[in-house]
Design a protein around this ligand. Structure first.
Ligand code: C2E
Ligand code: CA
Ligand code: CA
Ligand code: CA
Length: 278
């Protein structure tokens, strides 16, 4: 212990190393982030590979701290471990539904907004009821919503998954499998669930022009999806050459920096207004 003057001593606790102290600090900050209104939803358009029309938009979470903006990669694991992802996820849904109601009231074109869900949220038996309640509270009577879930949600085959998916589908909520190709979902699995689209993981798209294997995988995924009457969305499209390959392969929608990075709600609204006047 080091003397700090007078009778004050600071003890070194070897079980609390710098890393776990930082984790504790993060957890406290994450707990307070909701009430402090530190989260923000950014929006990234999904556009048609053919023609480039905006066909939907994905909501992406950000955490704005005094020290800078954090990406989901920096805090999502902690949010899941601590269960804080449940109230945070509810906040994201409520925010997106309120935003949609506002855009509709402003006379903007009706666009489907897709929200990412953690497996934990999905296995909440009340997800369908929760979405219905949040839509009502947001004044968004007919939500135009998409939900993106990981392949693992299908693979775990938890009781209730199919039931929840059917209820959501009956409400007009479209389900997408996110990061498709990075996990293990069998063809049989895909057929059992009411899924609307597959999102091809960025890792396959990034090398699509240089790596023949990746190009073949994307081609196969598109064929598989189309044979099951599913739409295909390519993630992380960054250049014209990738667009050309995706167009040739018959991919339906794409998303990525090539068209637009994730942007704030007001930036996205401005983009919609420009589109409406073209
Ligand atoms: P994701 O669902 O696969 O989202 C796509 C990620 O790729 C986003 O990262 C997006 O900003 C980024 N991206 C988009 N276009 C490009 C591109 O052309 N190039 C590159 N290199 N990246 C691009 P972000 O926003 O950091 O989100 C990371 C992940 O965090 C998401 O991956 C999603 O799984 C998760 N996530 C985001 N928001 C939420 C949320 O509200 N709830 C939950 N549970 N997860 C979320
Ligand atoms: Ca996603
Ligand atoms: Ca991805
Ligand atoms: Ca590769």
């Amino acid at each position: 212990a080091k003397a700090l003057g007078g009778n004050h001593f600071r003890f070194y606790n070897p079980s609390l190393d710098a890393q776990s102290l930082e984790a504790l600090r993060m957890e406290g900050a994450l707990q307070r982030a909701l009430q402090r209104n530190e989260f923000e939803v950014l929006y990234q358009p999904l556009v048609a590979v053919d023609g480039g029309a905006i066909a939907g938009v994905e909501a992406l979470l950000r955490w704005k701290r005094d020290t800078g903006t954090l990406l989901p990669h920096d805090f999502l694991a902690l949010a899941e471990e601590t269960g804080l992802i449940v109230p945070i996820g509810e906040w994201v849904l409520a925010t997106v539904l309120a935003q949609q109601a506002a855009w509709r009231a402003a006379g903007l074109p009706r666009l489907r907004v897709s929200v990412n869900l953690s497996a934990r949220q999905f296995h909440d038996q009340d997800l369908a009821a929760q979405v219905a309640r949040l839509a009502r509270e947001a004044g968004c009577e007919l939500p135009c919503l998409g939900l993106e879930v990981a392949e693992s949600v299908l693979a775990q085959d938890a009781p209730g998954t199919l039931d929840t998916m059917r209820k959501l589908a009956a409400m007009g909520v479209l389900l997408s499998i996110d990061d498709f190709g990075s996990g293990y979902s069998s063809l049989a699995n895909l057929r059992r669930f009411p899924i609307h689209s597959l999102k091809v993981d960025r890792s396959f798209v990034s090398d699509i022009t240089s790596d023949r294997d990746d190009a073949q995988i994307v081609k196969a995924v598109i064929a598989l999806a189309h044979s099951l009457k599913l739409l295909v969305v390519a993630e992380g499209v960054e250049n014209e050459a990738q667009v050309a390959v995706l167009r040739e392969q018959g991919c339906d929608l794409m998303q990525g920096y090539y068209h637009s990075a994730p942007m704030t709600a007001s930036q996205f609204e401005a983009l919609l207004r420009r589109g409406a006047h073209e």
